[in-house]
Design a protein around this ligand. Structure first.
Ligand code: PMP
Length: 282
């Protein structure tokens, strides 16, 4: 099993990072997760562009182009013979004596990446999952895919403890996003999802779904909806790289709509699957 450490391929057991790495001490870094289907990365360009963009937003210069990163990751996927899984990568601001202010330009970012097997969550995608509601206590730059995930992991833990698959976060009345996913509702055939502002991560899956809607005549609006809107939705679904499009069929113990995955969600799942086949099929 090979991993990437600062651009080099090494055995996972050989990969070591400094205890004063700023990712470890401050969560000072950015990351991405890309799905691998059939040994190929899905929407790699979009993910890698978002990675470089997240880096820029925290003044972390990632010394690679999208093309260079893609080549490295493809090589690792081949070496590890990864067919169905994910590739995880992160860049931190590097290792330097602990000090909140950034280190000098001589300190290079630390780059690590690895592959991991991951099945598609077919059962959840088919039958739907339960979710709970939780106040969104995160900072105001949720558009950055930062290593700082305390708000997200605490929300997910609460969901897990309650036997739920996801925690739907809201700022006051406004629904923002899941702990590790974007949330959309369907009302009278139209899809609503929070706009790509500083309050959510602009998910690549979310963007793909919006594209699919536009191309297939499904009405979609990028506007925030409220808890009340969520409560009265016909359908609710979450979207992410690993969960793809997963119907949410129960929120806080109450059924969503009919309590089973709805027709719009199901047709979006079919169309999304076609996209996967188009990009990663044989
Ligand atoms: N929001 C948050 C907070 C996330 O962590 C994620 C990804 N895991 C998403 C949304 C979905 O983004 P993507 O579709 O790019 O995986």
């Amino acid at each position: 099993e090979y991993v990437i450490l600062n651009g080099e391929f090494i055995e996972r057991s050989e990969a070591k990072v400094d205890i004063e790495d700023r990712g470890y001490q401050f969560g000072d870094g950015v990351y991405e997760v890309i799905r691998i289907y059939n040994g190929k990365m899905f929407t790699a360009d979009e993910h890698l562009e978002r990675l470089l963009d997240s880096g820029k937003k925290i003044d972390l210069n990632i010394p690679y182009t999208v093309g260079e990163l893609k080549q490295l990751l493809e090589k690792m996927i081949l070496k590890n013979k990864m067919e169905l899984g994910i590739v995880y990568m992160q860049f931190t601001r590097g290792a330097s004596p602990r000090n909140h202010a950034y280190p000098g330009a001589d300190v290079l970012p630390a780059f690590t990446a690895y592959t991991r097997k991951a099945e598609r969550p077919v059962d959840s995608m088919k039958n739907g999952v339960k979710a709970l509601l939780i106040e969104d206590i995160r900072w105001l730059r949720c558009d950055i895919k930062s290593l700082n995930l305390l708000g997200n992991i605490m929300a997910k833990q609460k969901a897990a403890q309650s036997g739920c698959y996801e925690a739907i976060q809201h700022r006051g009345d406004t629904v923002t996003e899941g702990s590790s996913s974007n949330i959309a509702i369907v009302k009278e055939g139209k899809v609503y999802t929070h706009p790509a502002t500083n309050l959510i991560l602009n998910g690549i899956t979310r963007r793909k779904i919006n594209e699919i809607c536009h191309e297939n005549g499904i009405a979609v609006e990028e506007s925030a909806f409220t808890l009340e809107g969520l409560k009265h939705a016909d359908e609710v679904f979450m979207s992410s790289t690993s969960a793809e499009i997963t119907p949410i069929t129960e929120i806080e113990g109450k059924p969503v709509g009919s309590g089973t995955p709805g027709p719009v969600t199901k047709s979006l799942q079919d169309l999304f699957e076609k996209e996967i086949e188009k990009q990663c099929g044989n």
